[in-house]
Design a protein around this ligand. Structure first.
Ligand code: PLP
Length: 450
């Protein structure tokens, strides 16, 4: 690293002290250049930070980073169990449950999806799922690949869960098959990260209750846990699955889930194969404050920090902050004269905003230009809406000023890409909203502060 820096300085001096961006990197001999990123495209490290505004992975606060910098540690050492017991207990607060059982896997959201199905269902079992974007589609695909039968409720990409449709399907299931019906579980993506749509979990639960159907309610909260309210006990959710790299502001690497007693009781009859994700193996070891295999130790220290930080802010305040950042972003979009993919305010997302681009413009070019010109990372359109939308994340470790950075960067990029946007329009709308709704940070109220 030092050698590369010295070479950069020398290259700068040779060029008269002032280098065009990237010139020093290009001037580096191959070996030195590779230590700063390969010497090929993108090896130049621009000044300023990378502005990370994809809807996950999100920014990791320095405090969490420091907590995760660890030498090796034996997770079988006495004392490690204190960390594990504390995490399993405090995760219940995040999931808003007293009776649910949290599980922590060294995995991602995809692993947590798999754990939910594998521990509660048998080959050939029928489940029902809404398809409203890429992630709900991928969970359906997984269920089919695991040997389950899936009835799909198709939604327009940009809409949320249609509760009436669910009630109808579940009533039909009971009428057709009698007893407790054939459908064993309802799969619902709380926040569809493709479309920026947050479905109403409580209303889906009501629809299930109105049908008097005993299916388990499984909720994908990968991009909503910690960004939007999700009351496991109150809303009768049986399994919540999530991951570390979204609103928790940790790196990717933990698949988190919480399981109701009703869902746990399905284990004896559930015949799908499970090893890595076995609830039984985990529960056995959780009694000793440990894991059935090597856990992602540094990530667990990061999770400790993330849970502490959320409880310092207060969970409801965390949701309110996400809601404000989302609203400010939507006001910017409106001021640009652009449309959200989610048209119905009842499904607006706290986690991300998905914006449609005018006809004739490729949203992929917007995402590329933001990265290439402003070191700003925003999300591309996925699958069915590829090229048609881009996504601005506002989840995790963010505040008004950081969000304004994203809005300003996007505004410049839109103009670069030929979208007719008045400079300052979106930024102005967001500034107005944030200024009018901001309050003094707790503990910083002092004379002279307005
Ligand atoms: N579900 C949702 C809603 C997601 O947004 C994602 C990832 O972005 C996933 C599931 C898959 O999670 P992972 O990429 O952590 O495996």
């Amino acid at each position: 690293m030092m050698a590369a820096r010295a070479l950069l300085a020398a290259a700068g001096r040779r060029a008269g002290g002032v280098l065009a961006p990237g010139a020093a990197a290009r001037a580096l001999p191959r070996a030195a250049a590779s230590s700063s990123g390969g010497g090929g495209p993108f090896s130049y490290d621009p000044p300023g930070r990378n502005h990370l505004f994809v809807p996950g992975p999100t920014n990791v606060p320095e405090r969490f980073q420091r907590a995760m910098v660890r030498g090796g540690q034996n997770h079988r050492d006495p004392g490690f169990s204190n960390l594990v017991y504390g995490l399993l207990e405090d995760l219940k607060g995040l999931f808003q449950t007293t009776s649910g059982q949290p599980f922590v896997f060294p995995a991602t959201g995809t692993g947590a999806w798999e754990s939910a199905l594998a521990n509660t269902l048998s080959p050939g079992d029928k489940v029902i799922a809404y398809r409203m974007g890429t992630f709900s589609h991928l969970w359906i695909d997984m269920a089919r690949r695991m040997g389950l039968e899936v009835k799909v409720i198709e939604c327009r990409w940009g809409d949320g869960a249609d509760e009436a449709q669910m009630e109808k399907c579940l009533k039909e299931d009971l009428a057709t098959h009698g007893g407790s019906g054939k459908i064993k579980a309802v799969l619902l993506t709380h926040n569809e990260t493709t479309t920026g749509v947050t479905s109403d979990v409580a209303r889906v639960r009501e629809a299930m209750d109105a049908a008097n159907h005993p299916a388990l309610l499984m909720v994908d909260a990968v991009s909503s846990l910690g960004a939007a309210d999700l009351k496991m006990d109150e809303w009768g959710v049986d399994v919540i699955v999530s991951g570390s790299q979204k609103a928790l502001s940790l790196p990717p690497g933990l698949g988190l889930t919480c399981v109701s007693q009703k869902a746990l009781a399905r284990r004896p009859e559930a015949k799908l194969a499970r090893v890595f994700f076995s609830y039984d193996d985990h529960l056995r070891m959780y009694q000793e404050g440990n894991f059935p295999y090597t856990p992602a130790v540094p990530m667990l220290y990061g999770l400790r920090e993330a849970l502490d930080k959320m409880s310092e802010e207060g969970l409801q305040n965390v949701f309110a902050r996400h809601a404000r950042l989302a609203e400010g972003t939507r006001r910017a979009v409106k001021a640009w004269g652009l449309k959200l993919l989610c048209e119905n305010p009842r499904w607006y997302s706290n986690a991300l905003t998905v914006i449609q681009v005018p006809r004739g413009i490729d949203s992929g070019d917007i995402v590329k230009t933001a990265f290439a010109k402003y070191n700003l990372s925003i999300g591309v359109g996925l699958m069915r809406v590829q090229g048609e939308v881009f996504r601005i994340g506002h989840l995790g470790d963010m505040n008004e000023v950081s969000q304004l950075g994203a809005i300003a960067g996007v505004e410049m990029t839109l103009i670069d890409c030929g979208v007719k946007v008045k400079p300052g329009s979106g930024v102005g709308a967001a500034v107005k909203y944030f200024q009018e709704t901001s309050s003094v940070i707790p503990t910083r109220d002092m004379p002279g502060v307005h």
